[in-house]
Design a protein around this ligand. Structure first.
Ligand code: SF4
Length: 424
């Protein structure tokens, strides 16, 4: 039987687990039924029935966790997985080999998608070794069936995409034309990261305006973008888009104040409380102009100068955001807003870390910002959904609103600035 094709982002070929044990705490280790039975069998054969009994707990079938495919969970001891030994190594792995590990541990930090093409891989940067891959300066390409590539994949998939997407009548039927093009836009290095994201937003808006999209229209859009990128006036046109820094700061303030404190992660909470205080996000809305001034000042003092040195990190992060199939899971404009939201949050967090540490933003600080966000909220569907719901409630899911989060704050930001009609 022909082996299923596997598609691996080139950066991931260099991934190696550093056995930091970082991934073995801070969230619940859920077991599917097969992993549960495998653990039970191997541990009882090796006189470790007690360990199994004390550590693995069945999930009630009516429980929310059961709906996410958890049959049981491994209990924590002092905030870490009960299978972790005092030396920081996984006892299961050490004593019984990699094959016995729960499927979720075998896969992590890889995100494995079962799709019409075969298996497609992406990665979460909540693993510190994975986050270091963001330093790679080569453009990411998808490698089909790479040589000597192995990882102990069980039966667990992060997400299933069936071939029925090709029968859909909406834009999603062309997903496999759009994904490489979106990545191409994000890797256009003649543009700044913000310009690339603005072009992506304009593309999303154009695509969503197609009533009954056809492949010719998709190809025309792609060709149009390629010719736009070549034109020198494109950058000038983008400069004409006025940013509304008030709006940008207002949205960030709302997110920080409303959403982040409910995230059960101490490190993220602390840094965001620091940010709320530093940027005066804890003040009433009628004091927003103070926050705008502080945000603008800090942006220029701590972030702007470093942009060229950190752009590749953001580029890589954004490419992986696409490879996580965000533009299938949500409508195009919602996925676009999520992309911009995480981009803005990382930028804000990196600024906060830089101010706290009294240094300019640099590569390591950006990676730290990505890591903290991914660890705390990157996996949470509920959080993603919460953002979308929040934006819907406030009627803020348009591409134009998202673009206001992108523009560089003008050194003389004025309250009178308005969102331009450029993309409307
Ligand atoms: S089972 Fe092992 S690899 Fe999995 S979370 Fe526990 S200690 Fe880590």
């Amino acid at each position: 039987m022909k082996q299923e094709d596997i598609y691996v982002p080139s950066t991931m070929l260099a991934y190696q687990c550093s056995q930091s044990g970082e991934c073995c705490g801070g969230w619940e280790i859920g077991l599917d039924k097969k992993s549960h039975d495998r653990l039970s069998y191997v541990l009882s054969r090796n006189n470790q029935k007690r360990l199994f009994k004390d550590t693995v707990k069945k999930v009630d079938p009516g429980d929310e966790k059961a709906k996410h495919g958890y049959y049981s969970i491994i209990q924590f001891v002092e905030g870490k997985c009960g299978m972790l030994e005092p030396n920081g190594l996984c006892g299961l792995h050490k004593n019984h080999g990699i094959e016995i590990l729960p499927d979720i541990c075998k896969a992590f930090p890889r995100l494995i998608y079962k799709t019409p093409l075969g298996k497609e891989l992406s990665i979460t940067f909540s693993c510190p070794s994975a986050a270091k891959l963001l330093k790679n300066r080569e453009k990411i390409v998808m490698v089909k069936n790479p040589d000597n590539f192995f990882f102990a994949h069980g039966d667990l998939y992060y997400c299933y995409i069936t071939k029925e997407i090709f029968d859909r009548k909406d834009i999603v039927q062309f997903y496999y034309h759009l994904e490489p093009h979106f990545i191409e836009i994000l890797q256009t290095r003649s543009l700044t990261t913000e310009e690339r994201l603005i072009l992506l937003g304009i593309t999303v808006k154009r695509l969503e305006a197609l009533d009954q999209p056809t492949i010719d229209q998709i190809n025309d859009t792609i060709q149009l973008n390629r010719s736009i990128i070549q034109q020198s006036f494109f950058k000038d046109d983008i400069k004409q888009i006025h940013s509304s820094i008030d709006h940008q700061v207002f949205l960030l303030k709302e997110f920080v104040n409303l959403r982040i404190p409910s995230v059960p992660n101490k490190e993220l909470k602390e840094i965001f409380m620091y940010i709320a205080k530093t940027f005066r996000f804890d003040q009433a809305d009628d004091k927003l102009n103070e926050s705008v001034e502080i945000y603008t000042q800090y942006y220029w003092d701590y972030y702007h100068e470093a942009k060229e040195d950190i752009d590749h990190i953001l580029e890589n992060y954004l490419v992986f955001f696409i490879l996580r199939k965000t533009f299938i899971k949500y409508t195009l404009h919602e996925a676009y807003f999520l992309t911009i939201f995480f981009y803005s949050l990382i930028r804000l967090l990196a600024m906060g870390l830089a101010i706290r540490d009294k240094q300019q933003v640099d590569e390591d600080l950006m990676i730290k910002a990505v890591w903290v966000i991914e660890k705390a909220i990157g996996h949470s569907y509920l959080f993603y959904q919460g953002i979308i719901n929040f934006l819907r409630e406030k009627d803020l899911t348009t591409v134009s609103h998202a673009i206001t989060l992108l523009k560089t704050p003008d050194k003389r930001a004025s309250k009178k600035e308005q969102i331009a009609s450029f993309v409307d």
